[in-house]
Design a protein around this ligand. Structure first.
Ligand SMILES: [Zn+2]
Length: 113
């Protein structure tokens, strides 16, 4: 039997748990209808707003394209260098489950973050 370091094993477990938490939160955001699509006809790239889990008037901007570079404006994505933050999961789930909302009048189209 191979000896593996307990530390790295635990780190891996923690990472897996973190991913699972992000995924579950993203799924919840999608199910609550907090993913909004912004159409950009110029670039043909779809952007999304995902409403913050904790502040109902805060939105994060997500650029998502399947099998392509995705990006989110939240601090988790930029500071922790995570592969997928909960907002990216939210967009993926919303697309998968057909729960992407059309952008409502309460969101200014020009808002960047
Ligand atoms: Zn995010």
């Amino acid at each position: 039997m191979k000896t593996t370091s307990i530390v790295s094993k635990q780190t891996k477990l923690v990472n897996n748990e973190q991913i699972m938490i992000r995924e579950a939160r993203g799924r919840r955001l999608a199910l609550l209808g907090k993913v909004f699509m912004i159409q950009n006809s110029k670039t043909n790239m779809n952007g999304y707003y995902v409403e913050s889990e904790f502040a109902s008037n805060r939105y994060y901007y997500v650029q998502y394209k399947e099998n392509d570079d995705s990006w989110c404006s939240c601090p988790d994505f930029s500071s922790n260098k995570v592969e997928n933050c909960k907002h990216l999961y939210a967009v993926q789930y919303a697309l998968h489950l057909g729960l992407v909302q059309q952008i409502g009048h309460k969101l200014p189209i020009s808002q960047k973050t």
